[in-house]
Design a protein around this ligand. Sequence first.
Ligand code: SF4
Ligand code: SF4
Length: 327
Amino acid sequence: MRIKGSHYVDLEIHRRFDSRKTVFCRQGIFEGFDHFQPETDDPGDTELLGLAEARASWTLHDNYPGAFRETSIGKRPLVLNRKPFQFRFSDPIAATDNIIEVAKRFGASLAGITELETRWLYSNDRTGAPVTLPDEARWVIVLAVEMDRDSIATSPSFRAAAASGKGYSDSAALAGAVGEYLRLLGCYARSCGNDTALSIPLAIDAGMGVLGRNGLLLTPEFGPGIRLCKVITDLELASTHSEYPTTEDVCSGCTLCAEACEADALSTAEKPTWEVLTESNNPGVIRWQFNPEKCFDFWLKIGRDCSNCISACPAAGRLQKMISEKK
Ligand code: SF4
Ligand code: SF4
C-alpha cells in the first residue's frame, strides 16, 4: 500500500523500528570491533593527516551539549522582566515560512515540514528506553546540510570521511539552533540527529526527495550528498509535501551505486522488494535490498566510513529532469 509520496508500506507487517537493531547498536557482532579505537599500527604521516582530519570533523557533533535535546541549555531569559511566553504566528503558513527562512540562515541547505507519522518513530532508543513524545508534538522540521562534493568524490578516503563527519557536526549545530529558536518562542522542540525517528521517511513525507537503491534520500538539489537532522515540535506548521517519482522510477536500470560498493552491500536487482536481508532492515517497506552488516564490516576493514554510493550517484540531475518533464 502506498501511504504517502514514494513510501510503499504493508500496514499488517510494518512496526515501529527498534533502534537497538541498527548495525551501529550491534557492533558486538563484528569480531575485533575497533572502529573508534586508536589504531594499533602507525599509519604513516600522510595517512595520519587524513585520520586526524576525519576524527576532528566530528568534534562539534560529539561534544556540543546543545545539539540533540528537548530543553534549553541557556539560563538567560529572552527578554528581561518578561515572563515566559508563547509566540503566536498569524497562521501555520507564516510559521512555516519563518522557520524555514531561519533554518536556512542557520545553515540548512534544505528544509521541509511534515506532520509526524508516528510509525517512523523508533520504538526504543539505543539504551532500550521507549521513545515517547508529548501528544502535541505533531510536526517535524526536516533539515539537510550538503556535504562537500569534491571531498565526497574522493571516497573511500579519509578526506571523504571528514566531509561526512563535518556534515554530522553541521547537523548538530543546525538542529541545536533551530530547536533552541523554537524553545525561545515558547514551543516544545526536540532537536534530533539520527535518534528518535527515521529521518529518511520523514524527509520523504516533507517532500524533500525519494529513497534510493543506495538506501539514502535522493534529492533533486544534491542527490544523496547530504546529512539529515530534524526538530520535532508542537508548533503547528504547514506540510511541504509534494509527490515525487517512486524509487523504481529513479533507480530502475541504474546500478551505479551497487557497482561502486566494494562491500557488495547493495542490490543490483531490477526491482525493489518486500524481502529483507538482515535484522538491521525493518520489514514491511518496499525498498532495494541493503546489507548494513556488509557495509559496516567494510568500514571496519578500511578504518573509516565510505561514501562510494554517494559519489557514484547521478540522481540529482535525473530527478531534476523527471520533475521538470512532469510539469
Ligand atoms: S557506504 Fe560504501 S560500503 Fe556501504 S553501501 Fe555505500 S558504497 Fe557500500
Ligand atoms: S546510483 Fe543510480 S541506482 Fe543508485 S541510488 Fe543513485 S540513481 Fe539510484
